[in-house]
Design a protein around this ligand. Structure first.
Ligand code: AMP
Ligand code: MG
Length: 387
């Protein structure tokens, strides 16, 4: 059996390179920028006022004659001379020659001008041209575009950006015992709860999920479903991955032309994980147990999507915490334990059965116990990933 790390890197090696598309900036939230963007203008494009007040030449005097006004969007561009002031507002161009904005709270209006009060603020309140970024400033890629990135890209006047096309991820639940949420299950049936959770995970990772109708545990039904996934970038199957009489996914994937890359990982939960490839479609076969499916979604599927989007930092970050309780020695498989972490203290749940869904919303972390890890005491350092 291969390790978690081996399975991760073998799976990611199957990822085809990202496909580019040009989109408007208003559609770019949550997308991955593929090429650096170069600013064609400086920001601010002119020296601008940081306050409401008066632009002056600061030569020690305390009285100025007001000769005009500079407002945001209605600038005053003539040079000013000694003893002259221009009424100015935040964001407005500072007239050539002026080297200080005296703030309006610090002056009294007198006849034709202004007089500085004693104890006035001595800061200059001028934002220099290009003080935020210069023309030619490079915003590097690849990177995920969130609200902060949108703000900068818009300021750079990048009206359209080249991003990675969202991978199409087809999700297939398999099993005669499953019905869709909202349907009426027979006495021996349960609700297919994994697909909807994985679709959300897929969307969060930046891809487009499509949930297929549930496939029966029959070759014909599975073959048909694999056929529907013809144009997918990733086909995620759920269940049917073990060695039971009704676990047909691996065999059908091969029959449909997928070349198997690995099967089974030294991991708990998630041992019967499988991966393969056909042309530019990756097959990821997840175990059916709800916890296994979701944990494998976090550990394998989300990083695969991020790789397909061209991102470089794709794996969940391994964070450090201290154990809130003692933990027994671990067996030969890495154990990803549902846990709750707060203020640097992590406590794994007592019950770790991979079928338990009521505990899922209470977990915010997966505590990682490496293969054959020794027994640990309370307060010992451990690693976890967010969950
Ligand atoms: P399997 O890998 O098909 O043997 O499934 C393992 C366990 O997970 C069985 O108890 C299944 O009923 C359950 N299971 C499989 N697929 C799903 C699903 N999509 N949603 C919820 N439970 C599932
Ligand atoms: Mg099954």
């Amino acid at each position: 059996m291969i390790s978690v790390e081996q399975a991760q890197s073998r799976l990611l090696a199957l990822a085809p390179p990202p496909v580019e598309e040009l989109i408007g900036l208003s559609d770019a939230h949550g997308r991955v920028l593929m090429h650096p963007v170069v600013a064609s203008r400086a920001q601010p494009p002119f020296a601008s006022s940081a306050m409401d007040g008066y632009a002056v030449i600061d030569d020690g005097r305390t009285h100025w004659t007001v000769i005009g006004e500079s407002a945001a969007g209605a600038g005053y561009f003539d040079p000013i001379g000694a003893g002259q002031a221009v009424r100015i507002f935040t964001g407005a161009p500072v007239p050539p020659g002026a080297d200080r904005i005296v703030i309006q709270e610090d002056v009294d209006r007198v006849d034709d001008g202004i007089r500085l009060r004693g104890g006035a603020d001595t800061a200059r309140y001028i934002r220099p041209a290009g003080g935020d970024f210069e023309a030619g400033f490079v915003f590097e890629a690849p990177r995920l575009i969130g609200p902060a990135e949108l703000s900068l890209l818009a300021a750079m006047n990048a009206a359209a950006v080249t991003v990675a096309r969202r991978p199409k991820v087809v999700i297939l639940s398999t099993g005669d015992e499953l019905v869709q949420p909202g349907e009426s299950p027979a006495p021996d049936q349960i609700i297919a709860s994994n697909a909807i959770a994985l679709a959300a995970l897929v969307r969060n990772a930046g891809a487009d999920p499509q949930v297929l109708p549930i496939a029966k545990d029959r070759e014909t039904s599975l073959m048909q479903a694999f056929g529907w996934a013809e144009n997918a970038d990733i086909i995620v199957t759920i269940g049917g991955a073990s060695v039971g009489d009704h676990d047909l996914v691996g065999a059908v994937a091969r029959k449909c032309g997928f070349v198997s890359d690995f099967y089974k990982v030294a991991m708990r939960p998630g041992k019967p994980l499988m991966a393969g490839q056909r042309a530019n479609t990756v097959h990821l076969g997840l175990p059916g147990n709800p916890v296994s499916a979701l944990v494998c979604g976090v550990v394998y599927l989300a990083p695969l999507i991020r790789k397909m989007l061209g991102l470089t930092d794709v794996y969940p970050e391994h964070k450090k915490a201290q154990l809130g309780v003692a933990a027994p020695a671990n067996g030969p498989r890495a154990h990803y334990m549902r846990a709750f972490v707060q203020n640097g203290i992590i406590t794994p749940f007592d019950r770790q059965d991979s079928s338990l869904m009521h505990l899922l919303p209470m977990a915010n972390a997966l505590l990682i116990r490496p293969p054959n890890a020794p027994e640990l005491k309370k307060d010992d350092p451990v690693h976890y990933i967010d969950f």
